[in-house]
Design a protein around this ligand. Sequence first.
Ligand code: G3P
Ligand code: MG
Length: 311
Amino acid sequence: MMRHCFGIAFDIDGVLIRGGRALPHAAKRIKQLQEKHVPHIFLTNGGGCVEEKKSKTLSSILNLPIDPKQMILAHTPMRELVKQYADSKVLVMGAYDVLDVAHHYGFKKVISIQDLAQHNPHQYPFLDWQHKKSPFAEEPIGAIIIFHDPIHWAQDLQIAIDALVGGDPLGSGKGPQTPLFVSNDDFTFSGAYPVPRFAQGAFTRCLKLLYEQHTGKPLEITRFGKPHLVQYEFAEEVMQSQVSQPLERFYGIGDNPFSDIQGANAAGHHWTSVLVRTGVFQSDQENHDEHPGDIVVDSVDEAVEWILHEE
Ligand code: G3P
Ligand code: MG
């Protein structure tokens, strides 16, 4: 068996799938890498579920076995935050199964925006919540963690800002800000709709604007997900764990110049960025002006062909 010294990180939305359907030749290329034992991972800024669930979904779309250990969601490296916040009350935000994700990672005192809204229905008066006591109501919020895209923005913005100012509800700017962690800075993502849709990063930009106008202080944010280095260091570790020989080179295939390409370009000279035209970047320009790919190809099919030829 050949011992490859390189690994490939595949973005999912806009590279392998789009709007829940496989893109042409995606499955064929992943199967080829499985057969050749080329180390590879799925490095997505998606999430909102546990890694096992996302692997099953991708597996059924591509009709291939996918090992959950190969799946790095935007929030996968946030497991590390448990060391700091396992016993603190954390406000977990985002759609889908984010509360399950938090429990799965080991956070013990997890609450949602809805818990807070129901605890005090006057806090967000535009929805008709019935009072229900929140779990851990007597404890302060130790951290706010956005694990996935929030969907009820108006309520979520109001209550998140209340949580950020914590003991200083009038927003004088004098009190400390509750620590905020976000999993995905993407402004847009590519789905079934012909034009990209707002992603979690768009929500965070709104939150930042409102917090700063309210308090006069900059909003401090600890960011995970692509394009941040934390994600690429984690990705390297996971690919290295698949083989015994040291990996020397990594390829990041992605459709979003601001996420996949910026991230791979900044992760070091041992990373090569491969920009495809099947998602956010669909321009007929040769390359992206601000975050150019080391190579630009039409599809994942051509991307893998090019990498295998290079190697
Ligand atoms: O940012 C939203 C998410 O759907 C992006 O996924 O796989 O393109 O990183 P992906
Ligand atoms: Mg993408």
